[in-house]
Design a protein around this ligand. Structure first.
Ligand code: 5GP
Ligand code: ZN
Length: 114
């Protein structure tokens, strides 16, 4: 995906503050954090949004959650609590069309979201 900023982060064209990486996923700090911990977890395979998850690519989603709890533990928020959010589509506020999981924590989070 030539114009995808998250694909560019994966291939090193755009720098990031890396939190975790393996062969399937990358996690890095959000450039505009909404909480003391705000990590984005993305698959290395370009999937645009939740609507594009299918039987062939769905395995990475469970992998992301397995690693998300490890990242939360590493960053010291597994006991205090955290939230994982994926915006899907314009009205949900999705601005980058490479699926990503916001891992948010380190402060009390409000509910419901706006
Ligand atoms: P969305 O609005 O699509 O759910 O979330 C996109 C997120 O990506 C936003 O929180 C935004 O701050 C973050 N973001 C956009 N561009 C960059 C970038 O170049 N580097 C990093 N680290 N985060 C980015
Ligand atoms: Zn991409």
């Amino acid at each position: 995906m030539n114009d995808c900023i998250f694909c560019k982060i994966i291939n090193g064209e755009i720098p990031c503050e890396k939190v975790y990486e393996d062969d399937k996923i990358l996690a890095f700090n959000d450039i505009n954090p909404e909480a003391p911990v705000h990590v984005l977890i993305i698959p290395k395979e370009h999937i645009s949004m939740i609507n594009d998850i299918n039987e062939e690519n769905a395995e990475v989603v469970s992998h992301i959650f397995l690693k998300a709890k490890e990242i939360a533990a590493k960053l010291g928020i597994e006991k205090s609590g955290y939230r994982i959010v994926t915006n899907c589509g314009i009205e949900a506020g999705q601005t980058v069309f490479h699926i990503h999981y916001h891992l948010l924590g380190g402060r009390e989070l409000q509910w419901p979201p706006g």
